[in-house]
Structures are given as C-alpha cells and as structure tokens.
Write a protein that binds this ligand. Structure first.
Ligand SMILES: C[S@@+](CC[C@H](N)C(=O)[O-])C[C@H]1O[C@@H](n2cnc3c(N)ncnc32)[C@H](O)[C@@H]1O
Length: 332
C-alpha cells in the first residue's frame, strides 16, 4: 500500500473559494472508489489531497483539479508519479470562449466526471446531453474526453457564437472536421436551427460528434430523441436575472428554476438509457436539495445521496449557492 499526495490546481481556489479542498476530496473519493484514507495533508505549508492505494488509481488523471501526483516515501519525501491523462484535445477548446453566464470549466469537468462515474453501463464512449447548454462548455468538455455530445439552448446567440468559435478553432488548429448549421423542420415548418460538428482528434482515428440545437430544453426529447443518452449533465439557470418579479405570474413561474426543473426532470430522466446518470448543478436559493431529490426520485431515478455525494455544495457569490445532485436510472 502506498500513500499518495495529489497537488491541486491553484485555480481551484478561485472557483470554489474555501470549499476547493472539500470538493476535490469528494471528487477523488467518487472517481477512484478503490482508494482509502482520503484526507487533506499539509506538508511544508502546502496542501495536498492524501490517499492510500495499492497502485496509481485508474481514473486519477480525470480529476478536475489534479496538477501533479506524488508517492510519499520515507515519511516526507515526494516521488513524482506519471499520470495518464485522458484528454484528446487541448484545454483551450474549453477555456478560450469567455462570456457572461459561462459555467466555470473546472466545475463543468467535475460535473461530467461525476455523472460518468455514476453510469452503470459497460465501459465505452458515452453519449452526453446538456439540455441547457449555453455556448457548450459541457459539450466541448465531453468531446475532449472522446464522448459524443448533444446540447440544447433556447438562445439563438448561443448557437451562432458556438458555431463561429468551433469553426475558427478547428480550422486554425488543423483538426480534421466538418461543421454545418442547418434548419430543424417539423411538419414542413422551420422550428429552429442545429449545429453539427464532426471532428477527428489527431491522436484518435475516429470521428467524434457534437451537436447544438436551438430550442426549449424542457422538451429536449422532441428535439434529440426520447432515449439514447448515457448521461444528462447541466448547470441549470440560477434564477438571478433582475426583474423576475415583474410581469404576469405565469411569466414569473416560467422563469422560476424550481418549476423549470420540476417540469424537465421527468423528460430528461426518460432520455437516459437504463444505468445512465443525470447530474444537475443548481442554485439552492431557488430549490432545496430535498425538493430536487424528491423530483428526481419521482421521475424514477435513484439519487446518489450519501457520503461524498453530499459534499459538493459551495458558494459561488452572494446570490448563488450551488450544489450538484447526481442520480441514476435503475438498470431494471
Ligand atoms: C447557467 S446557464 C448554462 C451555461 C452553460 N453551461 C455554459 O457554460 O455556457 C443556463 C442556460 O440555460 C438556458 N436556458 C434557460 N431556460 C431554457 C430553456 N427553457 N430551454 C433551453 N435553454 C434554456 C439559458 O439560455 C442559459 O444558456
């Protein structure tokens, strides 16, 4: 048995402020269930994540905040340990786009990691849906890891900006690809547009697809199929847009993240394969964890609601306290 010390990316402190260490420990325990004695360790004034394992954990290279890994020897000597990283494309695919309302890249990776860790299906390439995908942080994060990604957002500017960015990025990076924006038609009528990108990462001789559809994520089944996803991953609207009290009650309800989630969770749950996982990040000021857990359970999913799964909440700013709930569609 070896004691390992993992050094966190310093940027994790900016993302989660004081909760960075706690979230990193929870993610480690959930991603690498084979490790034991997960605990913070301080050595010469530097904080590490400590854990015991027989060998380098298989999925440690996926951790959203891992900078470096060491084996602890002779009490206080650190031996660097090589870590296999799963990314097929550079991180600037995800970090270059900057816009208001973007979900932090590191947190997006954590959400995706934990959703995929919860999936109870044979290993392989996953199909991931983000039904409120904005400009596609979840989608590009999934594609970097070799998964297929489908997103929906009702904001037409999200599609335009994502199409423009991906076309330029892939052309400049000389990544083999196709990228097309085409109308979505129903009953002969044009109801929106879709962006379809297929790319071949230089280190993989297979095409990976990314699609972003313009439309209402509450009815993502009508746009991208009633079944067929291994994971549904989203950072739900925070409900902090000013002026939400103005207008009719119906309009206010439409904007309420709680009613939006109550309405949408059954749709998203049904889009999952059996053994697939749903991960929702949301502002707990708009809906309690208890209420969302009930909604998810009523939609036929099993919420993962014990141990480190309960240790993912953190403050974003004075009006947003974010949590992450992961639930699995039972296999039978
Ligand atoms: C917190 S943001 C997600 C940001 C995204 N993860 C990113 O990094 O770009 C929530 C998104 O939900 C979208 N949204 C809100 N209501 C929606 C609906 N009914 N259907 C589809 N998208 C919706 C908003 O346009 C916004 O892009």
């Amino acid at each position: 048995m070896t004691r390992y010390l993992a050094l966190r990316e310093p940027s994790a402190n900016h993302v989660y402020t004081r909760a960075a260490g706690r979230l990193a420990l929870a993610e480690l325990a959930l991603l690498c269930p084979e490790v034991t004695d997960v605990a913070p360790v301080e050595l010469a004034g530097i904080q590490y994540l400590g854990f015991d394992a027989d060998e380098v954990p298989e999925r440690i290279g996926h951790h959203s905040a891992l900078l470096a890994l060491y084996a602890l020897e002779d009490g206080d000597l650190l031996r660097p340990v090589a870590v296999e990283r799963p990314e097929l494309l550079d991180d600037d695919l995800v970090t270059i786009p900057k816009y208001p309302g973007k979900t932090n890249e590191q947190f997006t990776r954590l959400m995706l990691n934990l959703a995929l860790a919860a999936v109870r299906r044979p290993p392989g390439r996953r199909r991931v849906l983000d039904p409120m995908c904005g400009r596609g942080t979840t989608l590009t994060t999934a594609v970097r890891l070799g998964h297929e990604a489908v997103g929906v957002d009702r904001d037409p500017k999200a599609l335009d900006a994502t199409a423009a960015f991906l076309k330029t990025y892939l052309r400049r990076g000389r990544v083999k690809h196709t990228a097309d924006v085409t109308p979505i038609r129903r009953d002969g009528r044009r109801i929106g547009r879709r962006l379809d990108v297929a790319l071949t990462p230089p280190t993989l001789q297979e095409r990976i697809s990314l699609a972003l559809l313009e439309g209402d994520g509450r009815r993502s089944d009508e746009l991208c199929g009633r079944r067929g996803f291994d994971a549904v991953v989203l950072d739900a609207p925070y409900g902090v847009v000013h002026g939400a009290r103005r207008g009719s009650d119906a309009a206010a309800r439409e904007r309420s993240p709680a009613s939006l989630l109550a309405e949408s969770v059954p749709v998203w749950a049904a889009q999952l394969h059996r053994g697939g996982a749903l991960a929702i990040a949301w502002n707990t000021h708009t809906m309690s964890r208890e209420d969302l857990t009930t909604t998810v359970r009523e939609a036929g999913l099993e919420p993962l609601d014990s141990g480190p799964w309960l240790d993912l909440a953190h403050r974003v700013d004075s009006s947003i306290h974010r949590d992450l709930l992961v639930a699995v569609r039972p296999v039978d």
